[in-house]
Ligand binder design. Structure first.
Ligand code: NAD
Length: 353
């Protein structure tokens, strides 16, 4: 199993150290894991002048899976848009054809108080958001800012082909099949033709999944329902932009973005795995970051790219055990628990494994 490790910027390198320790432990026990590290994001800009060097892309393409920390930071925000770290991320997703983004939002009972919602609304929450990742208004052409009639106008193009909708639809239906057989497709068909097509295609392919109950929701209502009664959802599927927003909203229901992994898959289950959070420049280099989202991303990698369900569950159990033992990084700390740093959290997970 060749794994390309991309620590990135900010807290990326710190949290990646802890995730690699988990991989090292599994390798020590006999799993055939090979790790190769490369530059992406701001670190790559500093070293090579661009956020996604060819050598990084080649390594990522040759690997069976990619594990990414986070990219970005204020230092690079002044650069031209195409040189910014985030472009490296968009670029690698596009180049590896990672069209399916899986973002679980799970509320661990020990962290029920960390949510800004009442415990009874969120306790036991377990949602999977499936977001299309390589199309929509984020990639549609034409786009730009130009002068028209004496003033500047900005424009982007929302675009989905039916084949793009179909392939993300199949991923979502198959995941729903492995869970509670309920899929909610989110669109804005009352205003946007692109999403009328989205809804039509979802209905068409639902015929192949008679055991999955398909429902539809407009995105504004979905945003509201996620905070009103989030437990009504099992699997949600939506486009790139709506998914970007709704998956961040869902992640905050759980209280800490530092806890949530994500997977982005191509059509062969090759994937890139990364925490849902960013590079947290405010705490970078201080040993305060929560490494659990990255460690849980390793679990997702073992499950989705390598089919190693047992190893994945072992990591997830270790994380639950550590939380049950009262260990917390600052982002999930509450009185009565023990506040620890990034490396100690890594130690605790390894010990629990
Ligand atoms: P962020 O997720 O980096 O941080 C938001 C808040 O959450 C901060 O207060 C931060 O300290 C905290 N936080 C995030 N992860 C944490 C962790 N593991 N442990 C403890 N606390 C954590 O989002 P932001 O501040 O909007 O963005 C910062 C930079 O990250 C920007 O340059 C942005 O472009 C980039 N970014 C990158 C990714 C990515 O690499 N996938 C995603 C989002 C944002």
């Amino acid at each position: 199993m060749k794994i390309c490790v991309l620590p990135g910027d900010g807290i990326g390198p710190e949290i990646m150290v802890q995730a690699v320790r988990v991989l090292d432990l599994l390798r020590g026990e006999g799993l055939a894991i090979e790790i190769e590290e490369a530059l992406i994001g701001g670190a790559a800009v500093d070293a090579t002048g661009g956020p996604l060097p060819q050598s990084t892309l080649a390594l990522a393409k040759a690997a069976d899976a990619v594990l990414l920390g986070a990219v970005g930071g204020p230092k690079w925000d002044v650069l031209a848009r195409e040189l910014r770290p985030e472009r490296g991320l968009l670029g690698i997703r596009k180049e590896l054809e990672l069209f399916a983004n899986l973002r679980p939002a799970i509320l661990y009972p020990e962290l029920a108080n960390a949510s800004s919602l009442k415990p009874e609304i969120v306790s036991g929450l377990d949602i999977m958001i499936v977001r299309e990742l390589t199309g929509d208004i984020y990639f549609g052409q034409p786009r730009g800012i130009e002068e028209r009639d004496g003033e500047r106008v900005g424009f982007n193009t929302m675009l989905y082909s039916e084949s793009e909708v179909r392939r993300i639809g199949h991923v979502a239906f198959q995941i729903a099949r492995k869970r509670n057989h309920r899929l909610c497709s989110v669109d804005k068909m009352n205003v946007l033709e692109t999403t009328q097509l989205w809804r039509d295609v979802m209905i068409e392919i639902s015929a192949e999944y008679p055991d999955v109950e398909l429902s539809h929701m407009l995105v504004d209502n979905a945003a509201m329902q996620l905070v009103r009664n989030p437990k009504q959802f099992d699997v949600m599927v939506t486009g790139n932009m709506f998914g970007d927003i709704l998956s961040d909203e869902a992640s905050m229901l759980t209280g800490s973005i530092g806890m949530l992994p994500s997977a982005s898959l191509d059509c062969n289950n090759k994937g890139m795995y990364e925490p849902s959070h960013g590079s947290a420049p405010d705490i970078a280099g201080k040993g305060l970051a929560n490494p659990l989202a990255t460690i849980l991303s390793v679990a997702m990698m073992l499950r989705y790219s390598f089919g190693l369900e047992e190893a994945a569950v072992r990591i997830e159990r270790a994380v639950k055990g550590v939380l049950a033992a009262g260990m917390r990084t600052g982002d999930i700390y509450e009185p009565g628990t023990r506040k620890i740093g990034t490396a100690e959290m890594g130690d605790a997970v390894l010990a629990a494994m």
